[in-house]
Design a protein around this ligand. Structure first.
Ligand SMILES: [Zn+2]
Length: 444
């Protein structure tokens, strides 16, 4: 398998740290409002990454945090006269229900900042002890100058960064690039640390969580391309300072999602929230995965309509195939894949193993639909039908697509046989009657 590593800017062969296991960390949401469809892109893409690794036999440890301490949460809680805890709990529930809505797994490890305060404080203390961080008043800042690799991930030159950065109002910092590890606060939730009462900055939580949950370097660190700088750059700087490694072997970043070629904007009302999304989740997933994860993706009603048609075609082919096998009671038999399905499955895997080229994976699915329809129209063997079904199931599992199928009962099977018999006997009245019943049950 080859993956594009944002850290080295190269396509690299993927070799897991522990054979048979993959460790993945993806930066999660700050839980102060509902997520929009752009936030759903990493939720769908990295879920697909996880499911593909599982499909090819890996044990995947998948972790994504929930940022439940942040200025945005504090300010909104104050404005609404509620507590940060109540507010963040509300949006954690909302987030997880959105994750479910787009058919991604929710059963991964989800550390919260409020559960990690001790770890974060300890981590910051280590940075201070090693002279990578300094206290100014009640605040603690990271000393960027001490990391010679700073800017490597985001391809930025530290001198350019410094000359480009505006003179900040915050004169407490030794260097304008230094970032906040701990912030003294007067308002909102506060925690007691040896360096003062306040709250952690955003950049330490992921490093402290990865350290605790995985206990060392991980295989893949993911997130949106907007996190490359400064968030991921700052995560790496802290990890280099404390652990002497850059957190992950592979850094993966997904591109943005635009609506009608424009960046989503809350103020201009061009945001679509996942909770308000009125699109079949299978169609939304097909759409999201139809563009390579590193490229920007454009959401328009027309594009969505095309994928709705695509999904209907896919589901129809699968339904007919399933029905045929169900009538023969051959749905659950194992099979050795035969042509052309063996080849289609191989092209699906090849696509996924070439830096998760999901658009080519979808092309394989379309090929599968075409071949299956041809098969159903002509002469076919159970082995061929079973091969097609096996490949469908594999692709559906990895892409988390859930077609609606009607599972037959013995009574249904008998009814279906009676229908065929009536047709053979040219008893069209009876055939029509039974057909109506079968159609009513969604079988025909
Ligand atoms: Zn992070």
């Amino acid at each position: 398998m080859k993956l594009f590593n944002s850290y080295t800017n190269k396509l690299e062969k993927f070799t897991p740290i522990k054979p048979g296991e993959v460790s993945i960390y993806v930066c999660g949401p700050t839980v102060y409002s509902y997520i929009h469809i752009g936030n759903a892109r990493p939720v769908i893409f990295f879920d697909t990454v996880k499911k593909y690794f599982e499909h090819i036999g890996y044990t995947v440890k998948f972790v994504s945090n929930l940022t439940d301490v942040d200025d945005k949460i504090i300010n909104k809680a104050l404005a609404l006269n509620t507590t940060e805890k109540k507010l963040s709990e509300k949006y954690i529930d909302a987030f997880l229900s959105d994750v479910e809505k787009v058919q991604s797994d929710t059963n991964y490890i989800k550390p919260k900042v409020t559960d990690y305060i001790d770890h974060i404080i300890e981590f910051i203390q280590t940075l201070i002890d090693k002279d990578y961080a300094y206290k100014k008043g009640g605040d603690v800042f990271f000393r960027v100058d001490k990391i010679k690799e700073y800017g490597y991930l985001s391809n930025r030159n530290i001198d350019d960064l410094r000359s480009g950065s505006r003179i900040e109002v915050n004169t407490k910092k030794e260097n304008p690039l230094d970032f906040t590890l701990w912030k003294e606060t007067d308002v909102g939730i506060k925690f007691l640390a040896p360096f003062g009462e306040g709250r952690p900055g955003w950049h330490t939580e992921c490093v402290a969580m990865i350290d605790d949950v995985f206990g060392g370097k991980i295989d893949i660190h993911g997130g949106g391309s907007g996190l490359l700088f400064p968030h991921h750059e700052n995560e790496i700087a802290q990890s280099l300072a404390v652990n002497n490694h850059s957190i992950a072997n592979i850094w993966m970043h997904n591109g943005m999602l635009n609506i009608d070629d424009a960046k989503m904007s809350k103020s201009e009302g061009t945001t679509i929230l996942v909770k308000d999304l009125d699109v079949n989740p299978n169609v939304f997933r097909l759409f999201t995965l139809s563009t390579h994860y590193r490229s920007p993706i454009n959401y328009t009603d027309d594009v969505l309509e095309n994928y709705a048609v695509e999904w209907e075609k896919t589901q129809q082919a699968y339904k007919q195939l399933y029905l045929k096998l169900d009538l023969l009671e051959k749905v659950n038999e194992t099979v050795t894949l035969v042509a052309p399905f063996k080849g289609i499955y191989q092209s699906f895997k090849d696509a996924m193993e070439e830096d998760f080229n999901t658009p080519n994976g979808i092309t394989a699915l379309q090929e599968l639909v075409k071949e299956t329809n041809q098969l159903l129209r002509g002469r076919h063997t159970v082995e061929q039908l079973r091969s097609s079904l096996t490949v469908f199931k594999a692709i559906f599992t990895v892409f988390s697509l859930r077609p609606q199928i009607t599972k037959l009962t013995d009574k249904d099977r008998k009814l279906h046989r009676d229908w065929q018999q009536a047709r053979t006997d040219k008893d069209f009245k009876r055939a029509d009657e039974i057909r109506d019943v079968l159609q009513g049950k969604g079988i025909l």
